[in-house]
Design a protein around this ligand. Structure first.
Ligand SMILES: *[C@@H]1O[C@H](CO)[C@@H](O)[C@H](O)[C@H]1NC(C)=O
Ligand SMILES: CC(=O)N[C@H]1CO[C@H](CO)[C@@H](O)[C@@H]1O
Length: 317
């Protein structure tokens, strides 16, 4: 009995891979510009991913930190599959996420989006102020008021995705990904699976889990189901260059080509508003890293953002 569940899980994942084998990102008759022909939701008005424009997002002080339970030091075996579109890891229902409004979501799977077509090409799905990060991780959850993912996925309040962007610089190896990355070679071909013994999703995520962008969107792959609640973490995960290269160059698609540039382009925001639970102060997390400090201080002064030397900063421009 003990051995049966993982086997069933693998069979189910295999079936999913089989079913989803026709759409592509960039070649053939069903590339991403054509998805809507087979999957009408992909042509909807509330699609994902989107470009997160920091000057247009709305700070909502009532949005609290996500409450993540059971993300840390998971014991057991977790299936890791090449489904022909990405690498996916099956997650246990003990992993739960509660949003500010009290809605509890149960984790189902996590998967990756990356680029790699050439050294320069990044492959995150969400962009921040037009900047594409090297890769993105999605942890897909369903609303705990539904019996299963299959029931929840078509409900108007059924799904939530916790997303994090991956950044590469001269960082050391991110050890929380070592086992995952070393197993990529064993699932080169679509339909192949292996198991990860133990997982620490908390460790795989950025240190700062508090700050996020939130909006209503869709799944970023067919069937592009809408009304997915998105939580995109504001701070990135750090990978070494070697880890990034390995992620981008280890697995193949159905035609035995290396799986590259597996991301959907950003979709129109239409009437949606992106909310944040953090103040977008220019000297906080990210912007200051883009400029040398001297230049940045000059810029700030010229914008008259610093009214008093030690006074409180206003988030208004
Ligand atoms: C891909 O490679 C495998 C192993 O080398 C081979 O068995 C399979 O037929 C190839 N598939 C295609 C579509 O070329
Ligand atoms: C609850 C919720 O977000 N409902 C929305 C689902 O998506 C449709 C459009 O596809 C919206 O009209 C609903 O408001």
């Amino acid at each position: 009995m003990v051995g049966l569940l993982p086997v069933l899980a693998l069979l189910l994942l295999g079936a999913q891979a089989q079913h989803g084998s026709q759409w592509t990102y960039s070649e053939g008759a069903l590339d991403q510009a054509q998805w809507w022909k087979e999957y009408p939701s992909c042509g909807g008005k509330r699609q994902s991913p989107i470009n997160l424009q920091r000057r247009k997002v709305q700070y909502n002080p009532s949005l609290k930190a996500l409450n993540l339970i059971g993300y840390q030091s998971l014991v057991g075996e977790f299936p890791m599959t090449n489904n022909g579109h990405t690498v996916q890891i099956g997650l246990p229902p003990t992993m739960r996420m509660t949003a500010t409004d009290g809605t509890e979501y149960i984790a189902k799977q996590m998967h990756f989006h990356w680029g790699g077509e050439s050294w320069e090409i990044s492959g995150s799905e969400h962009t921040i102020d037009g900047i594409r990060f090297v890769a993105e991780i999605h942890i897909v959850h369903y609303n705990s008021k539904y019996k299963s993912y299959n029931v929840a996925q078509s409900a108007p309040d059924g799904l939530a995705v916790l997303a994090a962007l991956i950044k590469v610089e001269d960082f050391g190896e991110n050890i929380y990904y070592s086992s995952f990355i070393s197993q990529l070679d064993s699932i080169k071909h679509p339909g192949q699976s292996t198991v990860l013994s133990g997982l620490d999703i908390r460790g795989m995520l950025p240190e700062n889990l508090h700050d996020y962008y939130s909006y209503g969107g869709s799944l970023t792959t067919p069937p592009c189901t809408e009304n997915v609640s998105w939580f995109v973490l504001a701070n990135p995960i750090k990978f070494s260059r070697a880890q990034c290269w390995k992620l981008e160059n280890s697995v193949l698609d159905h035609k035995n080509n290396t799986l590259h540039n597996i991301y959907r382009v950003t979709q129109p925001l239409n009437n949606r508003v992106v909310e944040t639970n953090f103040l977008n102060l220019p000297n906080e997390c990210c912007e200051s890293q883009l400029y040398p400090t001297k230049f940045y201080n000059k810029l700030k002064n010229s914008k008259k953002l610093l009214k008093k030397k030690k006074g409180k900063e206003s988030h208004e421009e």
